[in-house]
Design a protein around this ligand. Sequence first.
Ligand code: FES
Length: 269
Amino acid sequence: MNLGCPTGCPFVLPRPELSAAPGLVRRLAAPPGSGQDYDETKRNMLKLLVLAGIGGAGGGLVGGSIQYAQPPLVGISNFPRVQLLDLDGTALTAAKVTQEYSVNTNDVILFNYPLRNEPNFLLNVGPPTGGSGGATNVPGGIGPKKSIVAYSAICQHLGCPAPAISYYPPGACPQTPGGQAFYIHCTCHGSTYDVTNGASNLTGPAVLPLPQVVLEWNTSDDTIWATGMTPNSPPVNGHFSTLTGDYSVGNQSQLTKQQPIHSCDTFPA
Ligand code: FES
């Protein structure tokens, strides 16, 4: 999408700030002045292929090298039904979400699902209580205004996790991508996602939407549950499938809060 920005747009966070961000994806430092990133996963795969080749030359070492090249497959067979807990450990309810969070919430609110290393944003994109703005009846939204949604907090480009990828409430930056007032943006390379439409792409380089968690609202006790991922969701980035790569979160998953990393550095004035 052409936003009429300078060549540096959309906004990209400088490397020193990124390196200070905690993350699940480990990246290797690029040579000074190269301006390049290295994907550690790809580098490790090359190492394994080299090892397999050495093993082949050694005849009997082949089997051992291939065995070494195959990491143990950890995962689960089905999406679990998981109850979400609030920051204080009590049951999360739609009433709490609509009272505590809204389209204007600046904090990064996360929960892991379905695996322990798969963080997701919990967002209420609806207006604050008694206020206006935001969006209601969004795809997959639950709660009284169908405005509570959850998306993977791992970018679909090269896997930068929250808070390097963060939610931007209205007014976070003076210029908005594609005319969107609020959105998810990844400071690593500038991908932007539409929180009102299944986290579809607003700006690249990512070409896939963020996977969306299927939320269930139990109206009898107002509790909120995660039960799966929407059929159109791609696998969580960095995972062969969303169900492989770590152990299950169990029966409950508690919210955590982080400070977002926002960058409007290259926004036009
Ligand atoms: S990892 Fe590249 S835009 Fe997010």
